[in-house]
Design a protein around this ligand. Structure first.
Ligand SMILES: [Mn+2]
Length: 361
């Protein structure tokens, strides 16, 4: 990936200054990956003035040295919270360390405080690394374009495979297989293939249900490429759609268009959501739009900024978000159209590219 971890660590240190803390405890694995490149499943990072300390266990000795050569690596036999606590306790002088309570559970927190002793003072630093991750650099954008391209290609392929008689699970398996064949390390989330009334469940799991003639089918998929996720959704109709279905589909398309037009630097995320929602309300479909308009994407499939109601956060250049209005009508089905969009200083770039109009197969 060639990520510039030094730049990120320097930036994190600058962000710590106004908090008046001398260091940062990082327990959330995606944040650890972002700051130093380590992808193991058990790790804590302590960002201190002298070095980035990476604590992990013996399973990851080789991997830690390969992935995070710019860190001081501590291979531990005991629980990492105890190891980090003792390490801090042994350092000279008192210190204030930032931590994010969202990413540590109560039991680990109690042990950490116990092990680090009274000279370490803890201060909440909420979402510090997450806010940095919202602004993608050129290398991240390049990886995300590729991840989105894999998703788009697979989407185009499986839409051609879809036909009555196949089960949702069979199609989901095709999606996952084809993503890996194209170089993805796996799906960004459990692939959704939801047909007929099941398409009314926004987060349906693929089932043994067979696709049938005259029903909607929602495909929601994404690939992980070099640790970055992609995300897109298409909805098709098996057979000739009724005028009502076509009208619903056009309404969702129109809502997504409006959201795209509103998505720009300095717009609030809440406004992008409101614009999308108003279109569906105008079609008297507002009550069927049961989720937010979109979300940030990156190392995690759902990141900030959230594009949802009342989100005051402003869109920044470098943000990558989804726009995914949808309607879900119990007993009938659902329609969702989702694309992934990068925001630049002077315009937006749609990263996903599979056909967007209503496919009637
Ligand atoms: Mn999504």
């Amino acid at each position: 990936m060639g990520a510039n971890f030094t730049t990120r660590v320097d930036q994190a240190r600058r962000e710590l200054t106004p908090l008046a803390v001398g260091g940062l405890l990082v327990t959330h694995l995606p944040n650890i990956l972002y700051l130093c490149g380590f992808t193991g499943s058990n790790a804590i990072v302590l960002l201190l003035p002298d070095a980035v300390h990476l604590f992990t266990d013996g399973r990851y000795t080789t991997q830690a040295h390969e992935e995070a050569p710019n860190t001081r690596i501590h291979i531990e036999r005991k629980a990492l919270v105890d190891a980090v606590g003792s390490f801090l306790k042994a350092r000279r002088g008192g210190m204030r360390i930032g931590f994010d309570p969202i990413h540590i559970n109560m039991s680990e927190w109690a042990r950490l405080k116990e092990a680090s002793g009274k000279r370490v003072r803890w201060k909440e630093a909420l979402g510090l690394v997450e806010r940095m991750r919202e602004v993608k650099d050129a290398g991240e954008l390049e990886t995300m374009r590729e991840a989105a391209r894999i998703g788009s290609e697979v989407m185009a392929e499986v839409l051609q495979l879809a036909r009555p008689g196949l089960t949702e699970l069979e199609l989901a398996a095709e999606v996952d297989y084809r993503m890996r064949r194209k170089g993805a390390s796996g799906p960004s989330f459990d692939t959704i293939v939801a047909s007929g009334p099941r398409a009314a469940l926004p987060h349906a799991h693929p089932s043994e249900k067979r696709l049938q003639k005259n029903e909607l089918v929602v495909f929601d998929l994404g690939a992980i490429l070099r640790n970055y996720c992609s995300d897109l959704t298409r909805t098709i109709y098996l057979g000739r759609a009724t005028p009502r279905i076509r009208q619903w589909y056009r309404a969702v398309e129109e809502a997504q268009h409006a959201g795209l037009a509103a998505l720009k630097v300095d717009a609030t995320a809440g406004n992008v959501d409101r614009v999308t929602r108003r279109v569906l309300e105008g079609h008297r479909l507002g009550r069927y739009f049961v989720h937010g308009t979109g979300h940030g994407v990156g190392i995690e499939i759902h990141e900030t900024p959230r594009v949802g109601r009342r989100q005051q956060q402003r869109i920044r250049a470098g943000n990558v978000v989804t726009l995914e209005p949808g309607i879900y009508i119990e007993g009938v089905g659902g329609i969702r159209i989702e694309d992934e969009v990068a925001v630049h200083a002077h315009g937006t770039e749609i990263l996903t590219s599979a056909p967007r109009g209503l496919l009637e197969l």
